[in-house]
Design a protein around this ligand. Structure first.
Ligand code: SF4
Ligand code: SF4
Length: 411
C-alpha cells in the first residue's frame, strides 16, 4: 500500500489552491488516518462546502427527493437530508424522521455515484453528412469537477469495481476515464447499518479503508454534534487545509472507531462468501432457480440500482433530413429479453435463465473476468426488488442440497 509520504505529501503542508483532482491522483493511503485528523463543529460545516467550492468542485451528495434520499447537486448544507433516516427491508424503503439533526444518518438510497461517471443515457458522437463524405464529431467531455460528498465505504469499493470494468480492459472508456479523473471522493463512515446491508460479509465496509480523498465521521454524541476529518490524499488535504479546523482530540478518533464497530455489529444481513463461485457453478440445475423464477418479474430494478452493473446498449438516432445521426448509449439490463438477441432470437428466453445469469455473473464469473466479486454488499437490489428477492437468501438456499425426490429441473 502506498503512503502519502511516498508521494511527497506531508500532512498539514498541502498547499491550498493546488487541487489536482483526487479521483485518480495516485493510489491511496492505507486505511488509517494519515495523522493530522481534525474536528469541525456542526455549525462550521458550511465552511466545508465553501472550501470545496473554492477548490473548484461542484458538490453532489445526498438529498431528499420523491420520498427517498438520492444523489444530486447540492448548493449548501440545508440540501442534505438533515434529520432523516431510511428504513429498508426486502422490497421496502421508507423515510422516517430521526430524533436528532444528523446530516448523514441514513444508509444508501436508490441512486449510485455510477450515474455521474457512466450516465444512464449519453450521446457518444454525431455523424454529419459532408458533401459526398461524412464527418464524425465526438461528444465533448463535461469539464465539471465533482466532489462526491457522502460516499459510503461499500460505494468506494463499487467505484474500484467500475474502474476495473471501464478502465482496465483492453480498451478504456474515454468518457468514464475523463469524468473519473476529476472527482474528489469525500467518504462518510456509516453510523448505522441499513436493513438490507451486508458489507461486512463482502469485506467492503462499514469503515473506510482506502479509496477516499477525505474521510468524515459524524459524531452526534457524546458532546456537541461534530465531524472528524481525515485526509487520505493530497487533494483531500488541500481542502482540509482551507477549513482551519482544530486538531482532533484522541477521544474523537476513538469515538469514530466505536461508531464504525457499532455499525458493523448491527448489519442487516450476511452472505456466506466462502466457495460461492464454485457453488454457483455446481448448482446450475438446482430446483431453487425455478422457485426464484416464479417470483422474479424481470423488471430490471436490481440492475438499475446496482452500483456495479455496467451493461449498456447503443442506439442510432437520425434527424428527419438524414443529414446527421447521433449515437447514444443507454443503460441496459441482462433481465431484458432482447439483451441477448442473436439472429432474431433471444438466447436467454426464460426469467430463470436471466436471473441465474445475473447472480452467477455477479458473485461467480465476475471473479474470472475482473478478479473481484461484482457485489459490494450495499443491499440495494434487495430493497428495490418489488417482490423482495434477496440474493443472500438465494445463496443460502443454493447451499442446501435439493431433496432427492425433487424432479423439477430448471427450465
Ligand atoms: S448485487 Fe445487490 S447488494 Fe450487490 S452491489 Fe449490486 S445492488 Fe448492491
Ligand atoms: S430480481 Fe427483483 S428487481 Fe431483479 S428483475 Fe427480478 S423482480 Fe426485478
Amino acid at each position: 500500500m502506498t503512503g502519502l509520504a511516498d508521494k511527497g505529501f506531508t500532512p498539514g503542508l498541502a498547499s491550498a489552491g493546488t487541487a489536482s483532482g483526487g479521483g485518480q491522483g495516485g493510489k491511496d493511503v492505507a486505511g488509517s488516518s494519515t495523522g493530522g485528523a481534525r474536528t469541525l463543529a456542526r455549525e462550521e460545516f458550511p465552511a466545508f462546502f465553501e472550501a470545496l467550492t473554492a477548490e473548484g468542485y461542484a458538490i453532489v451528495g445526498p438529498t431528499v427527493r420523491d420520498g427517498a434520499i438520492v444523489y444530486d447537486r447540492l448548493e449548501g448544507v440545508d440540501d442534505l437530508p438533515i434529520g432523516w433516516t431510511d428504513r429498508q427491508e426486502a422490497g421496502r424503503y421508507r423515510l422516517e424522521r430521526r430524533n436528532d439533526h444528523a446530516l448523514f444518518g441514513y444508509s444508501v438510497g436508490p441512486f449510485t455515484w455510477k450515474k455521474f461517471l457512466f450516465p444512464a443515457r449519453e450521446r457518444l458522437f454525431t455523424i454529419s453528412r459532408d458533401g459526398p463524405s461524412f464527418s464524425v464529431a465526438p461528444e465533448p467531455s463535461d469539464p465539471t469537477r465533482f466532489a462526491f460528498l457522502g460516499m459510503r465505504a461499500c460505494e468506494l469499493a463499487g467505484l474500484e469495481v467500475t474502474d476495473r470494468v471501464f478502465q482496465e480492459g483492453t480498451v478504456a472508456d474515454p468518457g468514464y476515464s475523463a469524468r473519473r479523473s476529476r472527482i474528489l471522493r469525500v467518504a462518510v463512515q456509516c453510523g448505522q447499518a441499513g436493513g438490507t446491508c451486508f458489507c461486512v460479509s463482502m469485506g467492503t465496509g462499514p469503515g473506510v479503508r482506502d479509496g477516499a480523498d477525505l474521510v468524515l465521521t459524524e459524531i452526534l454524541e457524546p458532546g456537541p454534534h461534530r465531524f472528524l476529518f481525515e485526509a487520505r490524499t493530497r487533494a483531500g488535504a488541500t481542502v482540509l487545509e482551507r477549513l482551519k479546523a482544530a486538531a482532533a482530540p484522541a477521544a474523537d478518533e476513538r469515538t469514530a472507531g466505536e461508531i464504525v464497530a457499532r455499525t458493523a455489529s448491527s448489519m442487516g444481513r450476511s452472505l456466506e462468501t466462502e466457495g460461492v463461485r464454485d457453488l454457483l457453478r455446481e448448482t446450475l440445475q438446482h430446483p431453487r432457480w425455478n422457485d426464484v423464477a416464479r417470483r422474479c418479474l424481470s423488471c430490471t430494478n436490481c440492475t438499475m440500482v446496482c452500483p456495479t452493473c455496467f451493461c449498456s446498449t447503443q442506439e442510432e438516432v437520425p434527424d428527419l433530413t438524414g443529414e446527421t445521426v447521433e449515437r447514444w448509449r443507454r443503460w441496459d439490463s441482462c433481465f431484458n429479453l432482447g439483451f441477448t438477441e442473436l439472429h432474431g432470437t433471444a438466447v436467454r428466453k426464460s426469467g430463470l435463465s436471466r436471473y441465474r445469469q445475473w447472480l452467477t455473473h455477479k458473485l461467480g464469473t465476475w471473479h474470472d473476468q475482473f478478479g473481484t466479486s461484482g457485489c459490494i454488499g450495499c443491499g440495494r437490489c434487495i430493497t428495490w426488488c418489488p417482490v423482495g428477492i434477496d440474493l443472500t437468501e438465494e445463496i443460502a438456499a443454493l447451499r442446501v442440497a435439493p431433496p432427492s425426490s425433487s424432479k423439477e429441473a430448471p427450465r
